[in-house]
Design a protein around this ligand. Structure first.
Ligand SMILES: [Fe+2]
Length: 227
């Protein structure tokens, strides 16, 4: 197996590259527009053919690199059918399988941060987007976010996976790269000994500033990164 975790420092976004070592097909998850040349170089260096470009959701903080990567590689772009997005080749639903080489990635519908938020499970690793962050979770105060739904997705869908499952988030602002389901169950301050109602209250009172690129990013990402 081939696995790379790439970072965009401007938006603190992680992009993931998953490859089949034998058949040399690859999937990229949550590419960033400004990093498209880097991503293409990594694919070239590893001798991989990109077959899918997937989004964990419609991002508010960066524009997806899907358009540029598709133009260069011909890979199919996919996002949840519950995002309200257009221009993608594949609209995914909970439980759908994405095949690359002899590898299979499973989409897990985890609405809450946004209605279309999706995690991707590949072997022992889970790409959580903004649904579950290391020691945190995605905000729910815009893009039709819903704190109660997010709580249900995290506790009902993600925390029921094996404790050893590796958690690879969509962002980290403190230089952390990876966690596990067991570690988040035991230490995530948003969730440890927090009831659904307490979680809803906590999320209501976060008072976070809006991401600086929100006005550009959401409309562009609803169209696969087109301006
Ligand atoms: Fe997000």
């Amino acid at each position: 197996m081939i696995f790379r975790q790439l970072f965009d420092s401007d938006s603190a976004t992680y992009t993931y590259l998953l490859g089949d070592a034998v058949r040399r097909e690859a999937v990229i998850v949550d590419p960033v527009r400004e990093q498209a040349q880097r991503d293409l170089a990594v694919l070239r260096d590893l001798g991989l053919k990109l077959v899918y470009i997937l989004e964990t959701h419609v991002h508010a903080d960066h524009v997806t690199g899907a358009k540029a990567l598709k133009a260069q590689t011909g890979a199919a772009a996919g996002v949840s059918q519950h995002c309200g997005a257009s221009g993608f080749d594949r609209l995914l639903d909970d439980g759908e399988l994405i095949v690359f080489g002899d590898q299979v990635l499973r989409a897990i519908g985890t609405p809450g941060h946004t209605p279309g938020s999706t995690c991707y499970l590949w072997r022992d690793r889970l790409l959580t987007g903004d649904t579950l962050l290391i020691g945190g979770c995605g905000r729910t105060d815009f893009q039709l976010g819903d704190a109660g739904t997010l709580y249900d997705s995290i506790t009902g869908r993600l925390f029921t996976l094996p404790d050893d499952t590796l958690v690879y988030p969509g962002h980290d602002y403190q230089g952390r790269w990876v966690s596990t389901i067991g570690q988040e169950k035991r230490t995530n301050p948003r969730l440890v000994n927090v009831s659904r109602q307490q979680f809803i209250e906590m999320m209501r009172n976060l008072e976070l500033p809006h991401p600086k690129k929100i006005a550009e990013a959401i409309p562009a990402n609803l169209r696969k990164g087109s301006a």
